[in-house]
Design a protein around this ligand. Sequence first.
Ligand code: SF4
Length: 127
Amino acid sequence: MENSENTVIRKMICIMCPASCHLEITEKGKEGEYLVTGNRCPGGKNYALNEMRDPKRIVTAVVASDSTKIPCIPVKTDLPLQMDLIRGLLQKLFSMKIHVPVQCGDVLIKNYKDTGVSVVITRSVEE
Ligand code: SF4
């Protein structure tokens, strides 16, 4: 419920399961302290707090290759990456060229900016 002391500052849909709960986030008073409502389980609260404090996403992209058959090879991060680092990662990926052959699961970029997140190739290409 919204009122002057308990204003909803963000609404979001939990994507952790098909129930798709509609979450509302209010500030608790202290900066960075939030109250989450609308969740049917603790997973929704964790999802909302992560979205408010440190949102991350799995990044998918294609990278140019020197293959004679597959000009762009799909890649993805092995873990979610902080959203403020995604643009820089995409710029790096779009400037690269993969030399074939490569196997699905090969690491293209290891431990990007010391985040513990690596970029892996998701398609094998022989030539
Ligand atoms: S809050 Fe719980 S039940 Fe609702 S969508 Fe998220 S994980 Fe599913």
